[in-house]
Each structure stands twice: as C-alpha cells, then as structure tokens.
Design a protein around this ligand. Sequence first.
Ligand code: GLN
Length: 560
Amino acid sequence: MLGFGKSDKNSDKKGKCKFIVVTGGVISGLGKGVITASIANVLQAHGYNVSAIKIDPYINIDAGTMRPTEHGEVWVTDDGGETDQDLGTYERFLGKSISKLNNITTGQVYQKVISMERNLDFGGKCVEVIPHIPEEIERRIKEVAEKEKLDFLLIEVGGTVGDYQNVLFLEAMRRMNLKGDPMVFVHVVYLPIPKSVGEMKTKPAQHSVRMLNEVGIQPHFIMARSEKPLDDVRKEKISIFCNVKPENVISNPDLEYVYELPLIYENQDFTENILRKFDIKYKKTDGLDNWRKFVNNIKTAEKKVKIAIVGKYFDIGDFTLEDSYVSVIEAIKHASGNKKVVPEIVWMDSKDFEKDENKLQKLNDIDGVIVPGGFGSTGIEGKILVAKYCRENNVPYLGLCLGLQIAVIEFARNVCGLEGSNSTEFDKNTKHPSVCILPDQVEKMKKSQYGGTMRLGGQDVKIVENTIAEKIYGKNLIRERFRHRFEINPELIENLKNKGLVFSGMTPDNKIMQIIELSEHIFFMGSQFHPEFTSRPINPNPLFTKFIESAIKISDSRSL
Ligand code: GLN
C-alpha cells in the first residue's frame, strides 16, 4: 500500500482530517452503508487512514434495546458498543475495528447537551436547538477524527433528505462546510425504471437534490442507484439538473456481490475524482489487489454447499428479514469465498421442528448447520432437536453464543442423562441448570435495568492445547466479541467433560468455559462469543473457515 513518506508530494495534505458526507434521497434502503464503506475502502487502498461514522436519527441511545426484526442485527464493537449494523459493514470493508463512538444517535446528542446544561456548562446561557445541537454533533465527529488521527472520515447520515429527523445533522454538516472544514458531499439517489414506461427516470433524483439544496448543501457527487447501469443520456440529465459534473455522476447498479462496489468505483475513476476535490494527486496503487482476488473468487466459484441457519427472527408480516443475521451470512460468504465455493443458505424456523419432529428430515441434504445467537425461549426446543440430530448424524454444527448453550443443554440431557436440563433463561426451575447466570452476575442483574447487564464487547479467550480450536486458530490467546448474559454452569463441567464434551476455550482465569467441541465428529463446535463479528472478506474467522471446509467434505462425500 502507498504510504505518506516524507518525499510524498501529498504529505502537506496530511494532518487535517477531510470529511466525506454521504446523504440519501428518493427512498430508503439504497445501501448507503455499503456505498459509504466502499468509498472508505478505495481511499484506504490508496494508503490513507480512513474511518466512517454512522449517524442514526432515532432517539435511542444505541441499538441495544431494539428488536432485530425491527432494525436488523445489533452490531457489537470491540469496545462494547451495541450499534447499528452499518458499523459492521464498515469494519468488513475496512478490515479494522471501529469504535462505538462512530455511531451517533439523536438520543446521545440530546442527552449530552441536557446533562451539560444541568452541570452549568453553558454558563447561564439559554440553551437552544440551534446552535447547541449541531455544535455537539460537530464535537463528536471531530473527536473521532482526532482520536484516530484520520486522513479521511466518512459520515453517513441515516434516513432520507426531507425527513424531519435528520435535519439537525444536515445543519451540522452545512455549518462545518461553511466554517472551512475540508468537505465533500456525496448524495445517493434512486432511479426507478417504471414497468409502464420501461425507461430509467431521473426526476425523483432531481427533486431530492433540490431538497438537499434547501438545507444549504450542494452535492459534489451523485451516486445513481438503479437496477441497471446508468447510460450517458441519464448521466447528462442528472449532471445538468442536479448541478454536478458528468464525471461525478457515478453509476451504482444492483450487484449480486456488494464487495464488488469498490472495484466498480475504481473503474469509474471515482477515487481520482474525489481526491482531486481535496486537491490531492491520485497515484495508481496495488492496494486493491487482495480485494480483487476475493471478489474474483466469489464470482467464479461454482461448487455449492448447503448451509442451514436455524433461527427465529425471520418473519415480519409477509417478509423474511434476513437482516437479523447479516453478520452470520457475511461470515459464511467470507469463508466460502476463500474456499471458492458458493454457499446456498437455507432458512429454517426452529419452531417447525417442535410441531413435527419428522421435519428434521429436511436436514438430510444439508452440508452444515448454524444455530446463531438469540434471546428468549421461543423455538428453543426445536433448536435442541437440531443439535441432537447434528451430533448423532455427523452433520457439521456451529453454535454461536445461544447455539453453544443449545448444544450444552442437549449434551447434558441426552448424553449425561440429566433429564429436563435447561438454561435458567428458559426454565427458571430446572433441576439441572446447564446454563445459568453466574453468582456475581446475579447481583449486577438485580441492581441494573435490562440492557446494562450484558457481557459486551471484545475479550480475551484462552485456547487449550491439543484441541481442534488450537489447530483452527493457530494460537493460544484470541480476542473475540461477546453479547450475552448466561454462561455454562461451572458445577456441571466435570460431568460434561467425563462424557466427552471438550472445553477448548475459556476465560484467561480458567473460570468460564467459552468454546466447546467434540473430537469424534466431523465438526461440532460452539462458541460463547460471536465469531461472525470478527470475520472479514480477506480474513475470514477461523471457526467459519473450518466449518465450511467440513461442509465441503460432506457435500463431496454425497457426490461419491
Ligand atoms: N440468550 C443467551 C444469553 O443471554 C444468548 C445470547 C446470544 O446468543 N447473544 O446468554
């Protein structure tokens, strides 16, 4: 990668952080997160220190208390934040950890301003929405830029222009620009192709730019999202009516693989054009080579592996919300891409198995099963049936957090003979608690409200010698991310061990078990942490890689 050596002509441009603001118009759900992450990715590939902020206009302080079916998956940062899933997209595209400070919500901003007012920090002034709210927004943004000594900071403003909710954030951006912070505005629009007309229409995009103009912002770039690539006629039209140079109207067609977007930008000279806006000279780089290789792998892979995800946050009205498990899906894609196979993901609702055990036959042609994280008792018995099926039939099983707890409950019941064993989360009065709240946590739970009692964020995990986990990770100390309350009951460990369950990872003080495995199985593992949060396209999580390798073996043996 290119760096900023002393002889670098651009070295004078270093020092002051440059801001790229990404706004959206016409409709929501345009993939602003992926667009923001892709812009960050190409700049990073050119040797710059880049990060991204997500602004969420809701009043919630963070995403921790939100239902996954409502807002998608809750992302967990290494520093213990429960944030919007866009931070996960940024981490995957940048290949680095991003702090919880990079997720700003209206709730956080108002909470801070109000508590400053109560502390007399405004020296008796009348505290107003303008200017004090935009000032606090700016302070938060600059805090991130300075802390990380960034060259570029992307700021994705959630929502759509014209919403009441994000107007103060846009005002903050306008003020920063006015005061001379180096800023470039990128506006993402949607170009519909109505069936009745059969032509790509630019009018909604023009209106949304006009709305942005009304709050004092003129975009420098237009990201044109559409089913199809943009043609020259549309480009010209958008350029003239939106007041943006034609070369700065960038085509963003629907993609089968979102990881291709940075390469599409590079092909349209976007990086060169955006650097020019900051008066920085563009140089060719090999920084995207590994990324290109990964994208090429996923695009050219042919062999399929069938992976079942057995969960419960699937249905919302008539739609299936895969967003609840986005990081799990992406982690599967990373591991599969690197092994040059195409993952075919099959969604299975665990409640179906409870109604009819015969439905377990559906697992016959599955190459690997993942039981992901979750809360509450719905569908638990169905998941336990699935874990039993996988254990007894040599089907690769990867349990993520709740998925580990399920495997332990199943093992306690059916191998150790502890009838009715359960987690106290699902059965407070179980005679044999295999998963429970540890005594020092009970106190914490009593005192604090829900949301504040979880074990959250990155923590060290000790890996035991001569285990599969050691082989997979290749080291004896790893760092992974947690989001849970319940743990394997320490009082049951000896019993479980004696019957063949291997504990291959634990807290560094040896007190709490964090990884389980079965030695006589093609792949049966569970982790109390969420390995999906540390998986990256060109650096997949080792647990997922080994799981996919095992699924490939199963699929190969089928075709013999
Ligand atoms: N509900 C379980 C716990 O709190 C598992 C949580 C999860 O899967 N993230 O421990």
